[in-house]
Design a protein. Structure first.
Length: 254
């Protein structure tokens, strides 16, 4: 049986916004796929999302070459440290530029040695499409979703609450005090041939149904076309935001 291999593609649409604060990164050499959705006025969101991608990619060139076998918990800690350092770097840049509200979400899939990990901060999401079913791999960090987890709000009310876009965790926040705060936001992932993962900004995942993702993937178009079809469908269905999707497909290769 051949080795497990992967291909990736992405599409990003500005939508009705004045600029596009989403930033995606495809780095198949180092096994890193990332989406960041920036926030903040005066182009601060664009700066934050691009900075997050740059900082994480720079660290990942070393993380991807860690010896195997490695300790999974140690690997997880290394990713948490990378995210914590990126959070600090964005905060320092915001202080220098006087951009108090500069920040960004981040969702990523990354390979370390022979292991894969997923991580998320904010309300961008990562969905696993496996055998025709869609499963979110990580929770989002919105006030509404947290109230649902605490059984203080119903999922129905959360879907229409103004708190559904208010983040309590993201890159650039002052509320991350230790690396350990991030451990629960990093998880191992074991891909199998046939898996497809979708990294989506809230402009995408809030405006497209999971069954529509399966339907579009089943058309069998190349990944670039599929990614574009997903973002365009979200816009057609009312997304007013920057809309970005990153697709990674795993397959058995020679």
């Amino acid at each position: 049986m051949g080795a497990l291999r992967w291909i990736a593609a992405a599409d990003s649409q500005q939508g009705l916004r004045h600029n596009n604060e989403d930033f995606f990164l495809l780095d198949p050499v180092n096994g890193l796929f990332l989406l960041a959705d920036g926030m903040g006025g005066h182009q601060a969101g664009e700066v934050a999302s691009a900075m997050a991608a740059k900082e994480i990619q720079r660290a990942w060139t070393h993380l991807s070459d860690l010896p195997v076998p490695a300790n999974p918990e140690k690997d997880r800690g290394e990713i948490a440290r990378t995210l914590f350092a990126t959070n600090t770097a964005i905060r320092e840049a915001a202080a220098i530029d006087g951009q108090a509200k500069m920040g960004t979400t981040v969702v990523l899939l990354g390979r370390m040695g022979q292991r894969w990990f997923v991580a998320n901060l904010g309300d961008s999401e990562i969905w696993l499409i496996r055998r025709g079913k869609v499963q979110p791999l990580l929770r989002v960090h919105t006030m509404a979703s947290e109230l649902v987890r605490q059984k203080a709000m119903s999922p129905k009310d959360a879907a229409h609450s103004p708190l559904r876009h208010r983040l309590y965790r993201y890159l650039g926040t002052s509320d991350l005090n230790t690396v350990a705060d991030l451990n629960e936001d990093v998880k191992p992932f074991q891909p199998v041939a046939g898996d497809c993962l979708l990294l989506g900004s809230d402009g995408l995942v809030d405006h497209i149904r999971k069954e529509q993702v399966v339907e579009i993937l089943d058309r069998g178009a190349d990944l670039e076309t599929t990614a574009r079809q997903l973002t365009q469908l979200a816009i057609q269905q009312g997304s007013p935001d920057n809309t970005t999707g990153v697709l990674i497909r795993f397959f058995q290769g020679p």
